[in-house]
Write a protein that binds this ligand. Sequence first.
Ligand SMILES: *Cc1c(COP(=O)(O)O)cnc(C)c1O
Length: 405
Amino acid sequence: MIHANEDYLKLPGSYLFSTIAKKVAAFSEKNPDKKIIRLGIGDVTQPLCPAVIEAIHKATDEMADAATFRGYAPDLGYAFLRDTIAEKVFRPLGTDITADEIFISDGAKSDSANIQEIFTHDTKVAVCDPVYPVYVDTNVMAGRTGTYDEATGTWSNVIYMPCTAANGYSPELPGEVPDLIYLCFPNNPTGATISRAQLQEWVDYANKNHAVIVYDAAYEAYISEEGIPHSIFECEGARTCAIELRSFSKNAGFTGTRLGYTVIPKDLVDADGVSLHALWARRHGTKFNGAPYIIQRAGEAVYSEEGQRQTREQIAYYMNNAKTIKEGLADAGYTVSGGVNAPYIWLKTPDGMSSWDFFDYLLEKANVVGTPGSGFGASGEGYFRLTAFGSYENSVEAMKRIKAL
Ligand SMILES: *Cc1c(COP(=O)(O)O)cnc(C)c1O
């Protein structure tokens, strides 16, 4: 007799963005004449830049010719892309990450979801609160999070590290020592960053306790200020405690194209000396058959001179939206943060409204869709996330509507 995995059945409700999509669909069905502005889901809207499109066309033509046709890609990624990343991303940061420490994948969501598989069932996990839902949910699916408390929306066997206005949305070192620590900076959802000195404290803490940090750097391209690390490998000692997740989704608009990578240094070992690099290579080789050749060529083109210039223009476009939204909300009297080194603006709901009440209020009164902060964790209650990924016109219009409320 077949039985569904009981750990999967522990997941509460539906995925946050499915709930939002359902609410928005119901609203538009009832109000077909209302023009809804979507600043909810963290998805890009700008088309792929010309350098990337050109690389896709060229690679597609190669696939049409028997002499240059490619079948299965190497499961860890093509050398042309891994070499380019090592040289164009990690060397300029002063790190010594090499091409063979880079694992190409179809994106950071799946890597952030799958990475926990290489650790034991009793691995104690620590996450920021609020947090990108994938980290916790995949540990729930793996059966290591204990019991769920409906009232607080927390799991008994997870260490939550509150990121609040009081600590500048930067987590404090936990009292109870975790084995696996998920950090994401610039942060989704708060848009906050941490300084290199603060990240160094985490690296020292992880090394001291033989813990591993999974560092999600999906938004590093949005960093505009000095002194903020683009990679955890800028910190001394990170090679023995850190895994970094990277994505082409937010820095080059590949959300529908799919490409990412994970960096696991060869020096990274577990408490018994087992190489995590070798283990992930084994896992990747067994469960993943490589990102498409055409898309890896597209990823390579992001690092060409043209590709860099064009993708930086797109990021500047989104960050101008972020500025528009942040200033608009501040003018309207909201307490806001983020939006300077990240495409997310984090606002406090007015008059102590709950996050979901504010979601409904904004949808009904301004026809603007955002994301309730409570969907990202207990400490997100009373907060709300807007994204800068819409068009400039819509960002301006959304602020006009919010100011008029
Ligand atoms: C968007 C995002 C990613 C990237 O996901 P992809 O699968 O590469 O599209 C990773 N982490 C966070 C926190 C994100 O918001």
